[in-house]
Design a binder for this molecule. Structure first.
Ligand code: GDP
Length: 700
């Protein structure tokens, strides 16, 4: 048996601790991908077992039963029915929670009936004492016709035993534990006759499930007159479920005792407060406030450090590498490009740290429960709360956080509207524009008008998200069963390893997924800004130096003047000029046009671009940029460029426009099609254009 690689499939209801078991078994030997053609996440891991064996574990999505009602459940069924699938398991492990055995065992009995060797894991054994539970394992093993591993992934108990069971999987019985055919005996008899070599329960699933079976040919079964009308199938399915629960109840009656007198339950009391119709919200918003405060406070240090390090690295590269195109590309394109990705890591990591702690502790399920009713009115789900909150840091991980929304329509709407929430990349843009055009006054003697404007922009972003969700809910014709099982797992201390792995995974996905796009666009933009057509671009240096107007310029002033003139004559400068007719009704000139184009990579690039255009030598000094912008006047009319109407129009444009290539990339990845990011881009930028246009035309 040595050197064998055993293929294991990990299956279980959500919240049974399946992920914890997976993490415990595989540690960091995990790879995350997607199932081909769909957006469901595929997690695999490997581990070494006793007796020189190895195993590859596939962590299947959390599933309630084999009666598919979501994409995730389809994945599980398709895999378990396709023996030819490369991932088809040698042994299945069904994870259950000792406190929810009755509900969790439904899935186990279904899997067992597929006649695959199946180990039953009963997790959270550490909770047995407080809940007064005892189990008769030998009895249960006999009834369920398999081996049972009683474990605690939190206390790391029973894992070696489980590993040994995997090694010895060939000894497991493949007999079904329940005879499902008794729900319609004549029908199942004829099925058995027609397909003698197939597992009966498998055939039944092929008939009842509306899943796309490419390999188990549904037609073969259907054309043999085994198809039944839908209503009849539903009736039989219900009968099957009832039968399964009866069986489970009977077994548990003898195999499990629960002595409630011994239970020490504190959960109920806590739940009453945390889901209270007033206190529930108060506590939730207080926690949110605390989280945001900490994210902004804590991440500013590493962010400043990253910013400075990349600026230094870039300066070092341009001073020390041999002068030339390659050095320019490295120092002005690649290094700032990577810096633009890395700078978001602290916020993303902190945010996911908090979110995984809240999820792990069981609190997030209470929030989902609390918010579900309100969110549903807008076509969202209670579970959209997490992405919408995350969007205030960065839409990219926020969109990734939509993965646990089961209903596809609700998930899609959440993905599409999340980028409206005010992300941190908008802040530098808002800060400088507000300082420029919003007069510093006090309203009612207390409120600072500039602060109020910033708050207003946050509200506008959130309102745009909710309103668009409502509209999308009306327009989108996507059918999907709303299947909301409110999971109220017990409160627990978060498992450190789970939190760390989750944070690492999310950060890695951001860096690899969105990072590539941001970097690629930064390089393209560098090229477009560093090169231009014809003599005008090439002569910039000479014409600046020979211009008597600039005679008294210092070296630094010369350099920044040259950069600014070069930019004007570069490809991107020409593009800025080209879009001027389209953007002038919004109050923007071609220089702002350039900044709009460059900040498509990421919004915060806006400020840096303006610094270059207005030849600010020290681009890090916001006051200098602000003064330059303030002094900018229209060459013909002498009117200030950044006056109140233009400023407001720009603020609103950035509030709504989809100025973020990384977000588009992640939307493409999560929806598996270009259709949705394109719709997102057109809708958001279209809306931004209209709002900015109206604002400017009214105010000017
Ligand atoms: P999944 O949804 O099935 O993947 O479950 P997770 O692994 O995310 O775990 C759900 C919750 O159960 C988390 O809060 C875990 O910390 C907790 N948990 C996991 N294993 C154990 C265990 O053995 N004992 C206890 N008390 N809690 C556990």
């Amino acid at each position: 048996m040595s050197n064998q690689n055993i293929k294991v499939a990990l299956i279980g209801n959500p919240n049974t601790g399946k992920t914890s078991v997976f993490n415990l078994l595989t540690g960091l030997n995990q790879q995350v991908g997607n199932y081909p053609g769909i957006t469901v996440e595929k997690k695999m891991g490997s581990l070494n077992l006793p007796l020189n064996c190895k195993a590859t574990i596939l962590d299947l999505p959390g599933t309630y039963s084999l009666n598919a009602s979501s994409l995730d459940e389809n994945v599980v069924i398709e895999l378990l029915l396709n023996k030819n699938d490369l991932l088809f398991p040698d042994v299945a492990i069904v994870v259950t929670d000792v406190e929810n055995l009755k509900r969790n065992l439904l899935l186990f009995t279904q899997i067992k009936d597929l006649e695959i060797p199946t180990i039953l894991v009963i997790n959270m054994a550490d909770r047995m004492d407080v809940k007064g539970i005892t189990l008769d394992i030998p009895f249960l093993e006999k009834q369920f016709k398999t081996r049972i591993a009683l474990i605690s992934s939190r206390k790391k108990i029973g894992i070696d035993n489980l590993k040994m069971m995997i090694v010895e999987y060939q000894k497991l019985s493949t007999q079904p534990c329940l005879n499902a055919s008794s729900i319609d005996v004549p029908y199942f008899d004829s099925l058995r006759k027609a397909f003698p070599s197939q597992s009966l329960y498998k055939l039944w699933l092929v008939i009842t499930q509306d899943v796309n079976f490419s390999k188990v040919d549904k037609n073969v079964v259907d054309t043999n007159n085994f198809a039944k009308p839908n209503s009849e199938l539903k009736r039989l399915q219900q009968k099957e479920t009832i039968k399964r629960y009866q069986f489970i109840n009977d077994v548990l009656k003898t195999g499990r005792t629960v002595d409630t007198a011994k239970a020490t339950d504190f959960q109920g009391k806590l739940d009453r407060i945390l889901t209270h119709k007033i206190w529930g919200y108060v506590i939730f918003f207080a926690i949110l406030l605390l989280i945001f405060q900490s994210i902004f406070d804590w991440s500013s240090y590493p962010m400043d450090f990253i910013d400075e390090s990349f600026a230094n690295l870039s300066a070092w590269a341009s001073n020390n590498l041999p002068a030339g195109v390659l050095t320019d590309l490295i120092s002005q394109g690649i290094i700032p490009g990577i810096g633009g990705v890395v700078i978001f890591i602290p916020q993303i990591a902190f945010l996911f740290l908090f979110i995984s702690i809240l999820e792990e502790s069981g609190y997030m399920s209470r929030v989902v429960f609390l918010m579900d009713k309100i969110m549903r009115k807008f076509g969202l789900s209670g579970k959209s709360v997490v992405p919408l909150i995350s969007g205030t840091a960065c839409a990219i991980p926020a969109i990734m956080a939509t993965r646990n929304i089961e209903n596809w329509k609700e998930r899609l709407i959440t993905i599409l509207v999340t980028p409206f929430t005010t992300c941190s990349a908008r802040l530098p843009v808002y800060t400088i524009l507000i300082a420029l055009v919003i007069p510093k006054t006090r309203i009612f003697g207390i409120f600072n008008s500039q602060g109020l404007t910033l708050m207003f922009l946050y509200v506008v972003g959130f309102a745009a998200a909710i309103t668009s969700a409502h509209i999308l809910n009306k327009i989108l014709k996507i059918k999907g069963k709303t299947f909301f099982v409110i999971e109220m797992p017990n409160y627990k201390l978060p498992i450190f390893k789970n939190v760390v792995i989750n944070v690492l995974e999310k950060t890695k996905a951001f860096v690899l997924g969105a990072g590539k796009i941001i970097l690629a666009i930064s390089i393209i933009l560098w090229f477009l800004a560093s090169y231009g057509p014809g003599a005008a671009f090439n002569d910039v240096e000479n014409s600046v130096k020979s211009n008597p107007q600039f005679e008294n310029f210092s070296d630094e002033e010369y350099d920044s003047k040259i950069s600014s003139e070069k930019l004007e004559n570069s490809y991107i400068g020409l593009m800025g000029h080209a879009i001027e007719p389209v953007i002038s009704p919004l109050g923007y000139d071609w220089k702002i046009g350039i900044a709009l184009i460059t900040s498509f990579a990421a919004r915060e690039v806006f400020v840096g671009t303006l610094a270059t255009i207005y030849s600010v030598g020290d681009a890090d000094n916001e006051d200098t940029i602000k003064n330059k912008m303030d002094a900018e006047v229209d060459a013909e009319t002498g009117k200030k460029i950044f006056d109140f109407p233009t400023g407001v129009s720009l603020l609103l444009f950035y509030a709504f426009a989809m100025q973020c290539a990384g977000t588009l990339a992640i939307t493409k990845k999560e929806t598996n099609s270009w259709k949705w990011p394109v719709i997102q881009l057109v809708f958001m930028t279209g809306l931004a254009y209209c709002v900015a246009l109206i604002a400017y035309q009214i105010l000017k």
